[in-house]
Design a protein around this ligand. Structure first.
Ligand code: TRP
Length: 74
């Protein structure tokens, strides 16, 4: 069984094309976008789940790595 997700764990998003969006969604009863980061090809974002961010949406071709594994979005 995997470890439960911890707010101190990082996940990595590597953009495989220009204009990939990494969108943070708010924690709590009101689920909405609170931040969008635009990555160009080859750019990497390291981020965590925090008291403000409970979910992340990735739009565009990207490689996403978490402690649970790796997924390619294409
Ligand atoms: N200010 C945001 C927060 O502390 C920054 C952030 C953390 C974020 N993880 C993210 C933004 C993931 C977008 C996606 O929660």
């Amino acid at each position: 069984m995997d470890k439960p997700i911890s707010k101190t764990d990082f996940f990595i998003v590597k953009a495989l094309e220009d204009g990939v969006n990494v969108i943070g969604l708010t924690r709590g009863t009101d689920t909405r976008f609170h931040h969008t980061e635009k990555l160009d090809k080859g750019e990497i974002m390291l981020a965590q789940f925090t008291e403000h961010t409970s979910a992340v949406k990735v739009r565009g071709k990207a490689l996403i790595q978490t402690q649970h594994g790796e997924i390619k979005n294409d």
